[in-house]
Design a protein around this ligand. Structure first.
Ligand code: IPM
Ligand code: MG
Length: 361
């Protein structure tokens, strides 16, 4: 079956890590006659603002909606910081998520045993950690109305709304249940039900939606943030709202030692999915060759798994990345003081070499 991929490199390190990922995609397509993939690249975020004065063109949104998978690098550039929220590069990403209905964001985080030393957590805390955050992505405080800044001068007021409908909570919980079934059958739901009504409803609905064969517990978000660094191994599947998921996934990234290793998949009911690293555009290191392409490469693996009907390639890419890390190759974000750092291209090449070796066996 033929699949279209919409490629959105975006800003900062986005284009660099995307180049490496597309090199890998080309390499795979050349070797696998079964794969019928075509891809087309478009600007998004700051890159689109620069050319077209808009962060997301309607034709880009249309192409994205008509594809099987969207590969997104990163959006965000300090040059556009003064723009109103709905014109900033980030608005493009939020719009894409919302307009494509991608409500379920999967963010796996685990420790690679060879990287235990790179994790800021003490070894015995990080060892064995392996969890996935299921973040609700198209509701909550990111999207609820009313929102805005009103008044003038000293009397200005900024406001947002946090709301969740029962239906929104049911469908994200069902995704978490499905994932828990493929893992250890355990879900932790994270909310702030001691203060917020939206969380009180969240907790009630999660409780009634999770079936009896799944083990369910609830944590308040402040405690959850502490538990993630104190004892990350207690978690398997975490289900939570949009903003708590945003914050907790950055914390969880440090289990693995670097946010440069964390991929994500944003899904809806049906094939279309968007695949992007959890990290941002990192403008401070853009153009230096320091960026770690592995989160983007692992996001491509997730695309093969969830949208492109090629689970075999997902497994192989993940295995190749494991082997690259096990062999001691490190980008700057992971190299310790005495270790040499490879650049973006060298790590990308190392992944292809590992795949080549696998193909030869
Ligand atoms: C993320 C990012 C985005 C978010 C930003 C860039 C809008 O931080 O995907 O975690 O807040 O969702
Ligand atoms: Mg974030």
């Amino acid at each position: 079956m033929s699949h279209k991929i919409t490629v959105l490199p975006g800003d900062g390190i986005g284009p660099e890590i995307m180049d490496e990922t597309l090199r890998l995609l080309e390499w795979i397509v050349e070797r696998d006659p079964q794969l019928d993939l075509i891809w087309e690249e478009f600007p998004i975020g700051g890159a689109s603002l620069e050319q077209y004065d808009k962060p997301l063109l309607p034709e880009v949104l249309k192409a994205a909606k008509n594809s099987s998978a969207i590969l997104l690098g990163a959006v965000g550039d300090p040059r556009w910081d003064d723009l109103p929220v709905n014109r900033r590069p980030e608005a493009a990403l939020l719009n894409l998520r919302k307009q494509c209905g991608l409500y379920a964001n999967l963010r796996p985080a685990r420790i690679y045993s060879e990287l235990v030393e790179s994790s800021p957590l003490k070894n015995h805390r990080a060892a064995g950690a392996d969890l996935v955050i299921v973040r609700e992505l198209t509701g909550g405080i990111y999207f609820s109305l009313p929102r805005g800044i009103e008044g003038t001068g000293e009397h200005r007021r900024g406001f947002n709304t946090l709301s969740y409908t029962r239906e929104e909570v049911v469908r994200i919980t069902e995704v978490a249940v499905e994932i828990a079934r493929q893992r250890s059958g355990k879900i932790t739901s994270i909310d702030k039900a001691n203060v917020l009504e939206s969380s009180k409803l969240w907790r009630e609905v999660v409780t009634e939606t999770v079936p009896d064969d799944i083990q369910l517990n609830h944590l308040y978000v402040d405690n959850a943030a502490m538990q993630l660094v104190l004892d990350p191994c207690q978690f398997d599947v975490i289900v939570t709202g949009n903003m708590f998921g945003d914050i907790l996934s950055d914390i969880a990234s440090q289990i693995s030692g670097s946010i440069g290793l964390l991929p994500s998949a944003s899904l809806r009911d049906g094939a279309l999915g968007m695949y992007e690293p959890v990290h941002g555009s990192a403008p401070d290191i853009a153009g230096t060759g320091m960026a770690n392409p592995l989160a983007m490469i692992l996001s491509l693996a997730m695309a093969f798994r969830y949208s492109l009907d090629a689970v075999g390639w997902a497994d192989k890419i993940e295995k190749a990345v494991d082997q690259v890390i096990a062999s001691g190759k490190r980008t700057a974000d992971l190299a310790r003081d005495n270790e040499p750092a490879l650049n973006t291209t060298e790590i990308g090449q190392a992944v292809r070499e590992r795949l080549q070796q696998m193909e030869e066996i």
